[in-house]
Design a protein around this ligand. Sequence first.
Ligand code: ACM
Ligand code: ZN
Length: 757
Amino acid sequence: MLRSFFVSSVLLLAASLSAQQAVTLIPYPTTLTPGQGTFTFDATTRLRTASVAQRQVADFFTEQYARATGWDLNGPGRGGKTITVKQDTSLGDEAYRLQVAEEGITLDAGSLHALVYGLQTLRQLLPPEFEDSTATSDVDWSVPQLTIDDEPRFAWRGLMLDVSRHFFPVEYIKETIDRMAFLKLNTLHWHLVDDQGWRIEIKQYPRLTEVGAWRVDQEDVAWNARATNDPEEEATYGGYYTQADIADVVDYAWRRGITVVPEIEMPAHVMSAIAAYPWLSCFEDTIAVPSGGVWPITQIYCAGKESTFTFLEDVLTEVMALFPSRYIHVGGDEATKTNWELCPHCQRRIEAEGLAGTAELQSYFIRRMERFLSDHGRTLLGWDEILEGGLAPGATVMSWRGMQGGWEASKAGHDVVMTPTSHAYFDYYQGNPDYEPTAFGAFTYLETVYGFEPTLDSMSQAQRDHVLGGQANLWSEYVPTPEHSEYMLYPRLWATAEVLWSPQAARDWDDFSARTRRMMGRFDRMGVNYAGSAYQVRLDATSDLAAPSVTLELNSEFPDTRIHYTLDGSPVTADSPRYTDPLVLRETTPVQAAVFEAGERMTPPSEATFTFHAAANAQPAYTPGYHEAYSGQGDGTLVNLLRGSKNFHDGQWLGWLNTDVDMVLDLRASRKIESVEVGFLESQGAGIYYPTDLTVAVSNDGKTFREVGTFHRAPADNPDATIADFGVTFPAQDARYLRVRVKHGRSWLFVDEVTVR
Ligand code: ACM
Ligand code: ZN
C-alpha cells in the first residue's frame, strides 16, 4: 500500500529533479508526501534553533554542511532562507516532521535525538557531495519539496561492536557512531570485555588494563590456530580505552542520538581479567591473555568466593559512573562450568544457597548482579543463557541463539532485544567465501538481514510489547582492522536500520536494493570500505543427466543487474555477451561472469568449470549410507556434474559422520577411463575433515574388482575452509564399475562429486 504510493512519489520527484537526486532514504520514512519543486541552499541560508542544546546536537549536521559547502548555517546576520527547528512535545520521543518548501525548511522534533534524525533525513536528501570533506563549487545544493512524518517502529535499534578480539581506536568508534546516526540507529552495544582483551580502564584494578589489555602478537596466525601463550611472554598486541576516552565517546554518541550500553562479561569470556587477577578464578591458575580462540571456556570467575562479587561490584560502580545508560550488559553467555563442579568455594555456595547445581549457580550469580544494578537504578541486560537456571527478576534478555530465548523471556514478562545469529551476526560471510575475506563459517546475506523480523507470529500482543527491538552484532575474531570492520558492517547495517525503523508494511527488497545501490555512491564519498558482495554473480546450476546438460542461471543478490559472461575461459568484460536467459551447457565449459555498471566491473568475476565426465548419471551405492542431515540432492549428488561451495548447506554435499565410506558407481556401460577424482570440503572449525586415504578399484562385472590406485595424505591443521579434489590416475582401461573406498580420520566427511575421466 505504502509502497505503491512510494513508487509514484519517486516518479513525481524524478520529474523535478536530476536523476542522482532521486530520493535515497535509508531507513525509509514512515510517510513521505512529495511536493513540487525544490528548496535550494545558498551562502545566506541559516539554521534557527530555540536553545543551546538544540544547536549542539545540530552541530553534527552543520559541521559537515560547512565542510562540504563552505557555508556556515550558524553564520552572522539574519541571512536568507532558514531551516527552523522546533521541539514539539506532542510528537513521540523519537518522532519528527520535516517540511521542505520553497521559502524554507521546518523541522519539528519530539526530542533532541529526534532532531538529530530529522537533520540526517535532510542530509540524505542533499546531493552526495554533502559527504565530501572539502567544498566543491558548482554543486546544486537543492532538496526536493516534501513533507516527511517519521518515527521508528522499534525503540532499540542497535549495533554491537566487539573491541576485545581486536582493539579498535576511539577514532573508529566515533566514525561508526556517525554512520549509526546517519541510519537513525540509537544504541551502541560496546563489548568491552572478553577473553582476548579487557578494554576499559578501571581505576581500582589497574592490572585489568596493564595485563588484561595485552596479548602476545599472533596476528599472522589464523584465529583458531593460535598457540596458548606463556604468561611470561611479552604481550604487545592490544589497547584499551581510558576513562577519559570513554566519557568522550559517550558524550559524542549522545550528541548523535545514540546511547552507549557497555557490556562487562561475566562469569565467562573473562580470561583477560583472570590473567590480571588469578584469584578471580576457582583455582587461581596463572594464565596468559589468549591470542586466539579458546573453546570450551572453562577459566571463568569463581561463583563461590565473596571476593569475586566485591570485584564485580567495584568494577560496575566505575562503569555506571561512566555510562548513564539505563541498561548495563553483563554477558552471561557460553560459560562451561566444569571448574564450578570441582571448586570447594562454588560447591559450598551451592549448598549454602540450596541450589540444584551449577546452572542454578549461574542464575544465582546473575541474580546478585541484577539486584546490585537495580539498587543503583539500572537494568541488567544479558545474553539468553541468563534464562538457564531461572531468570533474574527485572532482567532484560538479548536473544542470540535464535528467537526462542526472546519468546520465553517475553512470555515471562521480560523485555527482550532480538539479535539471532540467523539474521544479525555480521561476522558471518555475506557472499561466496571464494570472493570474501575469511569470516566465521556461516552466512548472513544482505537479503537475509533485510528479512529479519524481530517479532514472531506465535507471540501474543503482550509478548510483542516486550520486544524492544533488535541489533546487529559484529564479533571481531576475523575482523582485525577498521577497514575490514566497515566491509562487514555496510551495507548490511543499512538493512538492519530499515528493519528496525521503517513500518513493516513498507519492507520491499527490490526497492531497498535500488536505494542501497544508490547509497553506495554516498558511502564512496564518505570513504567507507563497504562490501559489494551483493553484486557478486551466483552460478545457479541444475543438471539434466539424461541429456546430459547443465542449465546455468546467472544471478546476483541485487535484482535487475547487468551481467556479462564468457564460456571460453577468456576474461569477462563489459563487451562480453550480456546474460538474459539461462545458458545450456552440453560439454565441459569454463564460465566467467560479473555484474557491470556504467562499463565498470562491480566485483571479481565469478568463475567455475562445469566438467562433463564419464560418471555423469552413474548409479551410485554407498556403504554406509550418508547422514540424513547432509543428504544433498540424494544418491545422485556425487554424479550430477554440479560442485559444492564452501556453504556446505548448499545441497551439493553428502556428509558422513565418524565412518569410512565405500562407494560403488555403475557407469551403466563399459567406458575407457584413466582417472578418478573425488571432491572434498575441509572446515575444521565446523568439524569437517579431509580424508586420509582413497583406494580406487575397477570392474567389468560389478563382482571382481581390481585396484588401480591409492592416494594418501597426512592429516594437517587447516584453519580455513577449503575444497580440494583428491584422486588417482592409472593406465587407461575399460570398466563399467568403479569402487572408491574413502578412509577418514574423524568427525565429518563431506563429498560433492566423483569426477571420472
Ligand atoms: C554470543 O554470540 N556468544 C553472544
Ligand atoms: Zn569456584
